[in-house]
Design a protein around this ligand. Structure first.
Ligand SMILES: Cc1cc2nc3c(=O)[nH]c(=O)nc-3n(C[C@H](O)[C@H](O)[C@H](O)COP(=O)(O)OP(=O)(O)OC[C@H]3O[C@@H](n4cnc5c(N)ncnc54)[C@H](O)[C@@H]3O)c2cc1C
Length: 346
């Protein structure tokens, strides 16, 4: 096997060269604080920034640059990359079942990756893995956890006290129920109604947490409220919290299944709050495996699938034939979607 160039591993001095030097950990700490990290996590981040190790494994400098760094999402959430395995090269290598990078040009690797993506030859993408630490509201976690192909380890509210941290939508995301789509949003709320909704969301979350502390007989900082009382178990008390409270988990997944997750959750039909996380993770994929990211955008994210009838409509349109909804063989909704895709909504 050909020797690989020694590259700085996760958290090595070289990998953090851009932020190294006295105060680098403090700097990481300050930015982390603004991103909703706890004191313990800031400490961990500072320790990770000091780590030094070497590896003969292939690493990706652009991803090393942001390793461990929280990427802010929503008002208090974040995603950060904890670890990863593989690169575009690993995908190509697996696809060719070869024993080295060989002398292929980048353009050939790009062609192969596009081919694999286009033809759903998916196992080479499973050779890459990534582990994220995610801080997200519970109602987003409920949607996220439906994706069964990841490995998850969540913060235990049986074991630890939850933080007084809850999500409040930014004004531009405080929208009314959509009239066209039962699972979507319509116009943004404004004026008194918007103010009242924000007041209720905040008040209910705060009150739920006040009662959470009372029932626990313990404050957020761990101090006891009333030494005469025992307090309710954490595993029971947590049921009083509202769904906008933040939870955290480590989430590990291979690249093939990550792209499946992203194609569903970065889609405009997905709820904005989970989409915000998916968008942040797509940027991570772009740093990690740029050729795969390009192919993913091309063949999955911005691609459409046509049914046999829809393809027949397209062929008739290209031939200059008039086609109407009634003679298209499509249902009303599929016809509307096809016309929107083709930019013929008039
Ligand atoms: C816009 C949107 C709206 C949604 N609305 C609803 C809703 O109203 N109600 C609701 O309940 N859910 C809803 N969902 C969730 C959705 O139905 C899926 O459960 C979720 O997106 C996970 O998809 P998945 O199963 O493909 O993903 P994963 O669990 O990541 O699985 C990936 C793939 O692996 C295979 N797989 C994994 N596990 C199994 C298994 N046990 N058996 C067979 N095949 C398996 C499947 O091929 C699957 O596609 C919605 C999702 C989206 C994106």
């Amino acid at each position: 096997m050909a020797a690989k160039a020694m590259r700085p591993p996760a958290g090595s001095d070289k990998a953090i060269a851009s932020k190294a030097g006295p105060g680098a950990a403090d700097e990481a700490g300050r930015s982390g604080l603004q991103r909703g990290m706890t004191g313990e996590q800031l400490q961990e981040l500072a320790e990770q920034a000091k780590e030094n190790a070497s590896t003969r494994r292939d690493t990706v400098p652009a991803l090393e640059d942001i390793l461990y760094e929280p990427i802010p999402v929503l008002d208090r959430g974040f995603v950060r990359v904890i670890d990863y395995m593989g690169s575009d090269g690993a995908i190509v290598q697996a696809a060719r079942v070869s024993y080295g990078k060989g002398t292929r040009k980048v353009s050939e690797d790009r062609g192969l990756i596009h081919y694999l993506m286009r033809h759903r030859h998916s196992t080479p993408f499973e050779m890459c893995e990534i582990k994220f630490h995610v801080k997200l509201p519970i109602f987003v976690a409920r949607q996220w956890i439906r994706h069964r192909t990841a490995n998850v380890n969540e913060y235990s509210a049986r074991y630890s006290i939850m933080d007084r941290e809850f999500y409040l939508p930014a004004p531009e995301h405080l929208a009314a129920q959509s009239s066209a789509n039962r699972q979507g949003r319509g116009d943004v709320l404004e004026g008194d109604e918007a103010n009242e909704v924000m007041r209720l969301l905040e008040r209910d979350a705060m009150r739920a947490y006040d009662n959470y502390e009372q029932m626990l007989n313990e404050r957020e900082d761990g101090s006891t409220i009333d030494p005469e009382r025992t307090g309710l178990a954490r595993e029971l008390t947590r049921m009083n919290l509202t769904l906008n409270y933040y939870t955290q988990w480590y989430w590990k997944i291979d690249l093939h299944n990550l792209m499946h997750f992203l194609s569903l959750r970065a889609d405009p039909h997905a709820q904005y709050e989970i989409r915000a996380y998916a968008d942040a993770m797509i940027d991570v994929v772009k740093r990690w495996v740029p050729l795969t990211h390009e192919a993913f955008e091309q063949h999955r994210l911005h691609a459409v699938t046509l049914s046999a009838n829809a393809l027949a409509v397209v062929k008739r349109l290209i031939a200059g034939e008039p086609v109407s909804e009634t003679d298209s063989g499509l249902g009303k909704r599929e016809w509307r979607e096809l016309m929107a895709t083709l930019g013929r909504e008039d």
